[in-house]
Design a protein around this ligand. Structure first.
Ligand code: KG4
Ligand code: ZN
Length: 344
């Protein structure tokens, strides 16, 4: 099975997403989001997400097959997010994938959502796959990883000790009444602002931090600093706050990512997860990687946020590498560690 046709299902949060790939070629990427049903609560409500997945699953699979111009019987393997994520939401995807795998009598790969975020880069950029540092920044996670082999060996170098980067964007957007999710709104508003107008703190970057936890992140101090600023400076310029807040996050992410590249001697960096869609992060990352001689790879913005193509992509890489499929009777794991690429 050199170029396996793989259907991937993603339901870890509020997107019911189905992607189809043939090897490293993307054929379909269909996303049904329940985000609008959660917006008035300012965050994702698990029960609402699970019910929305149940309703959207079948039409989303059908639409993906239509887009890919393949039939269910053509599928060589099914891949699904096994975790981390909301357990009720995950179970809808897992149940659907297991049903398909049994019905079609095809192998199933139950994969890690975070590894899948990184692996989607391999369908965007077709270069030879080699060890890389990965900066994974999403709504639930912010980690620095050393990816020796995306199908089998991921080492965690560091992670956030409090909020995830995306969570910080969402919380500040909430305080600034910019809606949910906050990342895209702050990204847009920041374009009109001055990024050096306010010098917000850079978490875990004192010389002591560089000694003791060089690859960990902390964004809660920044969040508090921004909230205090908004309270104490009544005539603040919204765009300047957005731009300066965003700059602090981008600066710290890139400082630590490049330090990891330097220390490990790996001259390649992948940035993945929803926050990788951030336009300022993409620009600064390119500038700094060019300067440091690091090959930078960031998936297209539409593939950075949750999608099914990333799950299909990891499934296809697993199949091509001859990794063992997952037996159909398995449990989703809401806190699956990033180092566990797939369940076996
Ligand atoms: O990876 P993702 O879609 O879901 C999780 O696995 O968490 O990431 C969602 C996060 C949200 O916090 C959202 O605000 C953030 O990604 N995000 C952004 C941008 N687009 C999405 N953050 C900053 N700038 C963006 N353009
Ligand atoms: Zn995600």
């Amino acid at each position: 099975m050199i170029e396996p046709l793989v259907l991937g299902i993603e339901t870890s949060c509020d997107e019911t997403a189905v992607g189809i790939v043939r090897g490293r070629t993307l054929l379909a990427n269909v996303i049904a989001s329940s985000v609008e049903e959660h917006a008035r609560f300012g965050g994702v409500v698990p029960e609402i997400a699970s019910r929305a997945h149940l309703e959207a699953m079948q039409p989303t699979i059908k639409q993906a097959l239509r887009e890919a111009k393949v039939s269910l019987n053509d599928i060589d393997a099914v891949a699904v997010t096994a975790g981390p994520g909301l357990i009720g939401a995950l179970l809808v995807g897992v149940g659907s994938a297991a049903g398909l795998a049994i019905g079609l009598d095809k192998p199933m790969y139950a994969v890690n959502h975070l590894a899948a975020h990184v692996s989607v880069d391999y369908i965007t950029h077709k270069e030879k796959i080699k060890p890389t540092i990965a900066l994974l920044v999403s709504g639930g996670h912010s980690s620095l990883l050393q990816v020796n082999d995306i199908t089998s060996s991921i080492v965690k170098l560091g992670q956030t000790i409090d909020d995830a980067a995306g969570e910080a964007f969402d919380k500040i957007a909430r305080v600034m009444k910019l809606g949910f999710p906050g990342g895209p709104a702050i990204d847009a508003m920041a374009k009109e602002g001055n990024a050096s107008a306010i010098n917000f703190p850079r978490g875990l970057t004192t010389s002591n931090d560089w000694q003791t936890r060089p690859y960990d992140f902390s964004f809660s101090g920044l969040k508090t600093a921004v909230a205090r600023y908004l309270e104490s400076v009544p005539d603040y310029v919204r765009a300047d706050v957005a731009a300066s807040f965003q700059e602090s996050i981008v600066d710290v992410l890139m400082l630590k990512a490049l330090a990891a590249c330097k220390e490990s001697g790996i001259d390649s960096l992948v940035i993945a997860g929803g926050v990788a869609a951030n336009s300022r992060l993409r620009t600064v990352a390119q500038e700094r990687c060019d300067k440091a001689g690091i090959a930078l790879s960031i998936p297209a913005p539409g593939l950075c946020t949750d999608n099914g193509a990333m799950v299909a992509s990891l499934g296809a890489l697993m199949a091509a590498a001859g990794r063992r499929p997952t037996p159909v009777a398995f449990d989703a794991n809401s806190s699956l560690p990033v180092t566990v690429v797939s369940l076996s």
